[in-house]
Design a protein around this ligand. Structure first.
Ligand code: AMP
Length: 217
């Protein structure tokens, strides 16, 4: 049976780290809309140019644009046994789009759909965000507060340069939290009502959260 996982939780709740690990563990593709959009921006595609104006303000990019990117990605052959979606859906409208996309792509395939909500104390998240750095070459994520690189500014894994995302500043992050509370948080009730939501305590170390995650999947 095809396994479909989606993840919910506020910015910097640790979803990116855990979903990357889970994708490796299950050998499913990790589909992260934030990274897909940043790649479009880097390549200066029309979608990237449009998305940038929203991302720079901490707002959601238009649903048609992100749904088109997701549909394209989910129709790849590597998604046929399952996938891990990180960062989509992010609104009720996107959740409806996902149902539609799955119905179109998986006409006769039985699927097991699970939404996992990262429940976390939000007080420390802003600090997490401003301390976040990522490798410009391999994408490895660091945090100057609790997962610092051995050598400042250099990736431990590939030696690439560590950079800070433009939207990881205090100002833009504030707007991302507002967007999350307004647009994305209602999905917790939506998927609870649909009977497919599991919640995990996302406070603690990477290993502690990983153990809780592997316990429920
Ligand atoms: P993230 O890397 O998940 O923190 O996403 C960075 C930014 O990309 C968000 O603040 C949004 O502007 C945009 N973005 C990512 N995923 C979506 C989505 N599903 N819908 C709309 N905008 C998105």
């Amino acid at each position: 049976m095809k396994k479909e996982f989606i993840f919910l939780g506020p910015p910097a709740c640790g979803k990116g780290t855990q979903t990357t690990k889970l994708a490796e563990y299950l050998n499913f593709p990790h589909i992260d809309t934030g990274s897909l959009l940043r790649a479009e921006i880097k390549n200066q595609t029309p979608a990237g140019i449009e998305a940038k104006t929203f991302i720079d303000k901490g707002r959601l990019v238009p649903v048609e644009l992100v749904s088109r990117i997701i549909k394209n990605r989910l129709s790849n052959d590597d998604c046929k046994d399952g996938y891990i979606l990180d960062g989509f859906p992010r609104s009720l409208e996107q959740a409806e789009q996902l149902t539609k996309i799955n119905a179109e792509l998986d006409k006769n395939i039985e699927a097991d759909f699970m939404a996992i909500y990262f429940d976390i104390d939000t007080d420390l998240l802003l600090e997490r965000i401003v301390n976040r750095r990522s490798c410009s070459k391999c994408g490895e994520i660091y945090n100057l507060a609790f997962k610092a690189p051995k050598c400042e500014g250099v990736c431990d894994i590939c030696g690439g340069e560590l950079t800070q995302r433009k939207d990881d500043t205090k100002e833009v992050a504030g707007s991302r939290f507002e967007t999350y509370n307004r647009e994305t948080a209602p999905l917790v009730k939506y998927y609870t009502d649909a009977g497919v939501l599991k919640t995990i305590d996302a406070n603690g170390t990477i290993d502690e959260v990983w153990e809780r995650l592997t316990d429920i999947i």
